[in-house]
Design a protein around this ligand. Structure first.
Ligand SMILES: Nc1ncnc2c1ncn2[C@@H]1O[C@H](COP(=O)(O)OP(=O)(O)OP(=O)(O)O)[C@@H](O)[C@H]1O
Ligand SMILES: [Mg+2]
Length: 297
């Protein structure tokens, strides 16, 4: 196994090619993230839920021929969970040995030369962030009673963050921002979202259009504090298609679309403070408004 700690360049062309095949639009983001990773930089991807961050990263890692190790960031992601631990029962009989160490995602990513992708990064406890900071600076770490873990040359860290998630964005230290590059992933335009939903559902155009317009309206509706991502449109279309089958209809009727939208969206959006209506009423209005805007009867 190589023990060079320096980062090695990645196949940028391959990364961007696979991203173009699998990701709708987002070409600039794909190129910039690929270039940053190839240059040995770590990346912070900042964008609301459902904006294609994981989809893009997966495509880039596959294009580079590098494994992707995915970790969900939350308050329970302690340094031990991230780094690994010694198997407690084996320690009782064998004492602490390298062989009974169970590597966590960080150790696996470093030794496999993977891209470590930490979602919801701002929720990670500070001690855990500090472990990552150390690794970013040194590309190696010392694990007590296991030894030195050296990052293979393709190891990188990508952290994803949701700018709407006030929980702890402040905890991401300037030191980490200073050691990373930041790429913003906002909501895509309507044409791109139509293409995303059409590809994910193979639903009929009018239904896809109404579902996409509906989620787009939720994002700047005065009665909603948080709107839905494109996931809400994908769910609406998939549920509507099944519901039409259940009801024995050959096509999705408007009532069926509305029932699907209510199931898909009422849990994804959040009412604004002081709103006097129910979330069902608000989504129902938005669904009808989207239909009217698109010229449906
Ligand atoms: N540009 C895109 N191209 C193809 N699919 C997309 C695109 N954007 C979103 N999607 C689809 O939308 C869904 C959500 O995307 P993804 O999981 O990548 O979002 P995310 O930004 O990682 O979300 P989260 O912040 O919640 O983890 C997936 O089904 C994905 O296939
Ligand atoms: Mg994700």
């Amino acid at each position: 196994m190589s023990t060079t700690t320096a980062a090695r360049r990645l196949d940028v062309t391959g990364m961007v090619r696979v991203a173009r095949e699998r990701v709708v639009a987002r070409i600039r983001e794909a190129e910039v993230v690929a270039a940053a990773l190839s240059a040995g930089r770590n990346v912070l991807l900042e964008g609301p839920p459902g904006t294609g961050k994981t989809t893009l990263l997966r495509a880039l890692a596959d294009g580079a021929g590098v494994p992707l190790v995915l970790v969900e960031g939350n308050a329970e992601l302690t340094p031990t969970r991230l780094v690994g631990h010694h198997d407690a029962s084996r320690v009782l009989t064998e004492d602490y040995r390298a062989e009974n160490f169970v590597p966590g995602p960080l150790t696996r990513a470093m030794t496999d030369g993977a891209v470590l992708y930490v979602e919801e990064f701002n929720r990670v406890p500070e001690e855990t962030m500090n472990v990552l900071l150390g690794v970013l600076s040194e590309r190696e770490m010392h694990v007590p009673r296991y030894g030195r873990v050296v990052a293979r040359p393709t190891f990188r860290l990508v952290a994803a963050m949701n700018p709407f998630d006030a929980v702890g964005t402040a905890r991401v230290t300037p030191a980490l921002y200073d050691r990373s590059c930041r790429v913003a992933m906002g909501y895509q335009d309507e044409d791109a979202e139509l293409a995303v939903v059409a590809a994910a559902t193979e639903g009929p155009d009018p239904l896809v259009a109404q579902a996409v317009r509906t989620v787009r309206i939720t994002r700047d509706h005065p009665e909603l504090r948080i709107g839905s991502s494109v996931r809400g449109a994908i769910d609406t279309v998939l549920i509507a298609l099944e519901l039409a089958t259940v009801r024995g209809h050959g096509a999705v009727e408007d009532d069926t679309g509305l029932d699907a939208a209510l199931a898909a969206l009422t849990g994804k959006v959040t009412l604004a403070d002081g709103s006097s209506r129910t979330v069902e009423d608000v989504v129902t209005d938005i669904w009808h408004r989207a239909g009217e805007e698109l010229g449906k009867a």
